[in-house]
Design a binder for this molecule. Structure first.
Ligand code: HAM
Length: 465
């Protein structure tokens, strides 16, 4: 066999049947569960302005500093650029040359002009930032509390391995709204976590563990960061270069370090649980109380700070034993303050994202999914019979039967073999005699039994009980 010249890019993959049936099954269960909790779907663009992710996910995170697919969008041509510039000048200054000169050399204009020349764009590495941008842009807060979900591809330039891809899929959900809508309430944290437990149970996924933490608010963070800096100062020189930098710029991110030699040092650092203020402590206590009341088990883990900067208060991850090194099946948390940092109104929120690829892997471990098979394979026999077969197929498909169509050039043996290979329940033979008489030979492929059935009775004979 000759080597195919063009292959899928490293870290991306084709999802092929029959595995796609598993993805569809999973997504239909997910949509059902979201419906029961009154979530509605949102679809945001796959690429956004780079600044959106820098400002929300955070400059020092691995996602932003190492993993984003970023490019400069093609510049507009010079003619268009100059026309735009002329328009802006007219708009701003009505034609006074002197003012125009000042305007042209103003730093604000130069910055803007840079933007028209070529914008920095990024393939979304996660969904929350885009959803919060959409929330601000479309004033979704006017609707009160928003419960939104989104399913789609995300992109991170990580080292590919089992359960880790460069294009992967997330099932993301967010509860976000103005404080008056109750978006800050610990009841929302518990609701979203309980939803996840229900979803995993309904999918038949067993052996998951829920890890829970609170990483406090801006108040606590200042004191905690101070304590971290103090603890890191005498030891940071023995740590990797990322940690050395983060110890100064954003000490919480030291916990994202994967370098084995740094782990003993990280183990000795102060713990966030000792720095929570009273409101945060109470908020966390209420989340835990509700979870206990509804019977969702969890393990507290005060090292779970999550790798994205926008989190505050509740953070959580569900892990699954069968996944090996990439065992986080999903992660989430609260992000009050994110909307304001993107120039929006106060809009507390909490959400999660499931790694759909990993959920499929876990599902393959613990659940069985039935791949739908054709109800009937139509075998046209001889010249002119493709036409008749097509008419019959149209009639049967209108009745929601799964129908596979053969070809009049096939011999009967080949048609029956194909039908068996597809695991069709019946083969329907369409020859000249059958068409004339209106009686068709219908063969049950499991038993081998063949009966003659009138055209009007075909649907009722073939329809599964
Ligand atoms: P995250 O923890 O970065 O959170 O990602 C969520 C999940 O996406 C992970 O637990 C994992 O299952 C999956 N995932 C991440 N990277 C990859 C990859 N390279 N290959 C396969 N799966 C991957 C977020 O993205 C947040 N936006 C979640 C959130 C929503 N927080 C609040 N709202």
């Amino acid at each position: 066999m000759t080597e195919p010249k063009i292959k899928a890019i490293r870290g991306t993959r084709d999802l092929l049947p029959p595995e796609t049936a598993l993805w569809n099954h999973l997504e239909s269960v997910v949509r059902e569960v979201f419906r029961a909790y009154n979530f509605q779907e949102i679809r945001t663009p796959i690429f956004e302005e780079t600044q959106l992710f820098v400002r929300s996910v955070g400059e020092e995170t691995d996602v932003v500093s190492k993993e984003m697919y970023t490019w400069e969008d093609r510049s507009q041509n010079t003619g268009q650029w100059m026309l735009e510039l002329a328009d802006r000048i007219r708009e701003a200054h009505g034609g006074s040359l002197e003012e125009a000169r000042d305007y042209i050399s103003s730093p604000k204009l130069l910055k803007e002009a840079d933007k028209w020349k070529g914008q920095s764009l990024t393939l979304r590495p996660e969904a929350t930032a885009g959803i919060v941008r959409a929330y601000i842009e479309h004033k979704l807060g006017d609707r009160g509390l928003n419960k939104l979900y989104c399913i789609g591809p995300m992109f991170r330039r990580e080292r590919p391995q089992k359960g880790r891809y460069r294009q992967f899929y997330q099932i993301d959900a967010e509860i976000i709204g103005p404080p008056s809508s109750g978006s800050e309430s610990p009841a929302r944290d518990a609701e979203i976590i309980e939803l996840l437990a229900t979803l995993l149970d309904r999918l038949g996924i067993k052996n998951w563990t829920l890890q829970l933490n609170s990483i406090g608010c801006a108040n606590d963070r200042a004191a905690y960061n101070e304590a971290l800096r103090k603890a890191l100062d005498p030891v940071k020189d023995r740590m990797c270069s990322d940690c050395q930098r983060r110890a100064v710029t954003n000490p919480l991110r030291v916990f994202d370090c994967k370098v084995p030699e740094d782990q003993p040092i990280i183990e000795t650092l102060p713990r966030i649980s000792q720095y929570l203020d009273e409101p945060c402590r109470q908020h966390f206590a209420e989340v835990k109380e509700i979870l206990k009341a509804v019977g969702v088990d969890f393990t507290e883990n005060d090292r779970l700070v999550r790798g994205l900067d926008y989190y505050m208060r509740t953070t959580f991850e569900f892990t699954h034993g069968a996944l090996g090194a990439q065992n986080a099946i999903l992660g989430g948390g609260r992000y009050d303050g994110l909307s304001e940092s993107l120039g929006g109104p106060p809009a507390p929120g909490i959400g999660f994202a499931i790694g759909e690829d990993r959920l499929v892997l876990a599902l393959q471990e613990s659940a069985e999914v039935i791949q739908p098979k054709p109800d009937v394979y139509i075998a046209p026999l001889g010249p002119g019979m493709d036409r008749e077969a097509a008419r019959l197929a149209r009639e049967l498909r209108r009745e929601n039967l799964i129908v596979e169509l053969g070809d009049e050039k096939f011999r009967l043996k080949k048609s029956l073999e194909t039908a068996s290979k597809l695991q069709a329940r019946y083969a329907l033979i369409v020859g000249e005699n059958e068409v004339k008489s209106g009686e068709f030979a219908l063969k049950n492929l499991a038993t081998g039994q063949q009966v003659s059935v009138a055209r009007t009775d075909l649907v009722s004979r073939i329809k599964p009980e």
